[in-house]
Design a protein around this ligand. Sequence first.
Ligand code: FNR
Length: 332
Amino acid sequence: MMNRKDEHIKYALKYQSPYNSFDEMELIHHSLPDYDLSEIDLHTHFAGRDFDYPFYINAMTGGSEKAKAVNRKLAQVAQATGLVMVTGSYSAALKNPQDDSYPSKKDYPDLLLATNIGIDKPYELGVQTVDEMQPIFLQVHVNLMQELLMPEGEREFRSWKKNLENYATKMPVSVVLKEVGFGMDLKTIQMAHAFGIKTFDISGRGGTSFAFIENQRGGDRSYLNEWGQTTVQSLLNLQDFVDTVEILASGGVRHPLDMVKCFVLGAKGVGLSRTVLELVEKYPVEQVVDIVNGWKDDLRLIMCALNCKTIADLRNVDYLLYGKLSEANKKH
Ligand code: FNR
């Protein structure tokens, strides 16, 4: 049987979301700029530190030979471009101390390395993860629908909030509460914020679907493949709270224009998984480095066309919504 982590990679690459919310959001172009292109500044701030670039390689893999090869390429790209790389869930290494599939600070001294753990893991395992990886922040993922769809998944969830409270109040590094492609709602964020969590990656629908992945792995509930809220819809639902906490966005981000739309809706940073996975599968590392560096230039170009000097300025950009995004009407 194929390793579960390898199946995630295989089926993530196979899935093409039938709908991507970024396609239904349009930014209002500006014709009389205040700034030269060279003045545009990409730096951002979240999880207690400044970052030169507002996008990062989001959590993917670890725990197999294939994962090791993918992680090596991702780490090389991240180190060469100055991006943060978040590893996949560290759970495989917690189970197997011999595991060497995750990049280390020793091998990549200049890498901005972050890591990831499931909310089902008690605080002590989170501390061990941080001790071993020395990450700049720790993502704690919530993946309820994935667990429910996995035959071998969790069935007990009452510990999750208690675990989160411990992570929020005791962890020596910044903690980011992260979804895995289903979107995160205001109630979840307010509850976690009350525990002390300040930073959230709302990872919405539109790119990778873990419902699809689990259904390919033997599940028979493909009618749930499109479960959850899209990335743009999740951000729209959070507009009243987006400046109270730190929102990071991911899920279906394909290129710099999708990134900019997230910043307009208040995100402080943007994560990409599938898009970067596809690049490192297709192209040699040097070419991926060029593509990623090109994204930095393209972000500046788009910001110039919106008359914005900084990521924070993008908050003032007007936009149009079409289709499902303009029709959506939340009821309680
Ligand atoms: C993921 N994702 C993920 N998330 C997480 O918190 N821990 C993990 O271990 C993994 N593993 C993983 C493996 C693979 C192969 C993929 C493609 C994704 C989810 C990921 O971080 C992100 O939230 C979603 O994939 C949505 O973003 P994209 O893929 O649409 O850019």
